[in-house]
Design a protein around this ligand. Structure first.
Ligand SMILES: [Zn+2]
Length: 131
């Protein structure tokens, strides 16, 4: 599994190729929710969404397009098993293993962190999506 996931050294560089995914942004309300509730709560919400990916009938449209975690999933192509396969080469027709769940969680949290802090005027400079 590690080799298929590690196909791209930085998935965020690959995701930049998608106009659809590149244009997904958190709004001010969503950023404030993250700042108020914190990343532990965000990780808990993310894990619940990641578990739903084990449902073989879960498709792209089952992941909403509003809310912090769903937006992060669409932006990182972790919204459904088809996108996980097409973008990250994670096989579709079996449950995610612990390594794959951790990988998806990492992508979601990294994207939210970038979205939350990159556009705040607090003197933080983030380049090339590297957070
Ligand atoms: Zn999808």
């Amino acid at each position: 599994m590690l080799t298929s996931i590690m196909r791209y050294s930085d998935p965020f560089m690959m995701l930049k190729a998608s106009t659809y995914r590149r244009e997904i942004k958190l709004n001010d309300l969503e950023r404030n929710i993250v700042l108020k509730e914190g990343f532990i709560r965000l990780a808990e919400s993310s894990l619940a969404s990641i578990d739903s990916l084990n449902d073989p009938h879960h498709c792209h449209r089952d992941t909403p397009h509003h809310g912090v975690v769903p937006k992060a999933q669409h932006a990182t192509a972790t919204c459904c098993r088809k996108c996980l396969f097409n973008w990250h080469r994670i096989p579709r027709y079996r449950e995610l293993n612990e390594h794959e769940k951790a990988y998806v969680l990492h992508l979601i949290l990294r994207w939210v962190k970038k979205e939350t802090y990159a556009r705040q005027n607090i003197g933080v400079v983030i380049e090339n999506g590297d957070v």
